[in-house]
Design a binder for this molecule. Structure first.
Ligand code: SF4
Length: 305
């Protein structure tokens, strides 16, 4: 019954997608059925690169609000749809433009690097943007005395262990990655002694210390495709396991924690994608003044990678 319903929904989505000349971009943490209808599935960096180069007139962004905003920043002439406007990232909400302005006053001359998981207003107040895939490269490329990294303290801390740059952290964090605990990895390592442990840099330092590799979701997918890799303990949001199993059906992927689910990512469903294409809403559009300021930092990032 569900299969039939989904098949009908998929058929309707694909028909409307063509009529609207739309492209569907989906983050690696989306529901499996959403990933399956997307034109492209990837991490924040890959999705923004795809948004920047698409010739489609409409982008249906299956992810969270800041990702749709980033697409709008890069493609102001396109209509960017976010099928559920409530799909915001709690970490991105932990820093506001007002709060950042205040902190900058306390740290005169500081260079602000903002993680892509931030609002357009916060990007507009920052010097350069980065993703988890390129944060180290971006920070190393800066000629800065002191760097204020917002909003993820854990990604910031991880990068600071790999660079000599002086970094100050904003106290933000990802509620989903913090659910992965060191004891989960210790237990799973005993159970699967041959498995590689890969974690996302948004995890807490005690978890990162136990990993074989620390990778963005795009990096994890490339790692899992390597021929010598057979078993992986996956230390990130569990939606990615759908893609990993699809791309490497003979390999074993074990979630580090079944609790590592991002509730906001899961707000996007096939039904909402269909409604969104029918009604051409909800649209995410960044006001021009903020867009131009935010774009400067996103462009700088894209030049580095
Ligand atoms: S997984 Fe974490 S960082 Fe990513 S959207 Fe969810 S809350 Fe935000």
């Amino acid at each position: 019954m569900t299969e039939n319903r989904n098949a009908k929904l998929v058929e309707d989505i694909l028909r409307l997608k063509e009529q609207r000349q739309a492209i569907i971009l989906a983050h690696n943490y989306q529901l499996g059925e959403v990933q399956d209808i997307a034109d492209f599935v990837g991490d924040s960096l890959e999705l923004s690169q795809n948004a920047a180069k698409t010739s489609a007139e409409v982008i249906v962004f299956c992810g969270v609000h800041f990702m749709a905003e980033t697409a709008s920043i890069l493609c102001p002439d396109k209509i960017v749809l976010l099928p559920d406007i409530n799909a915001g990232c709690p970490m991105a909400d932990m820093v506001t433009a007002e709060g950042l302005k205040k902190r900058k006053k306390e740290l005169p001359g500081v260079t602000v690097v903002c993680y892509i998981n931030s609002s357009a207003e916060v990007k507009a107040e920052s010097d350069v943007c980065c993703t988890s895939a390129n944060a180290l490269k971006v920070i190393e490329s800066l000629d800065a005395r002191e760097i204020l990294f917002v909003p993820d303290q854990y990604l910031g801390h991880y990068i600071s262990t790999r660079t000599d740059k002086k970094m100050i952290f904003w106290p933000g964090f990802c509620i989903t990655h913090l659910r992965i605990l060191p004891e989960h990895l210790t237990r799973l390592r005993q159970e699967y002694p041959r498995a590689k442990v890969i974690v996302h840099p948004e995890c807490r330092p005690e978890v990162i210390a136990l990993a074989d590799e620390v990778l963005s979701t795009g990096g994890l997918c490339r790692y899992a495709n390597r021929s010598e890799v057979e078993e992986v303990i996956v230390g990130t949001e569990i939606g990615i396991i759908h893609r990993l199993r699809k791309e490497s059906p003979t390999k074993r992927f074990i979630p580090a924690s079944e609790q590592a689910i991002c509730p906001r990512m899961k707000l996007i469903t096939l039904e909402k994608i269909l409604w969104s294409l029918e009604e051409m809403a909800p649209e995410v559009r960044v006001p021009e003044e903020i867009r131009l300021k935010a774009k400067a930092g996103v462009d700088k990032m894209l030049e580095v990678v």
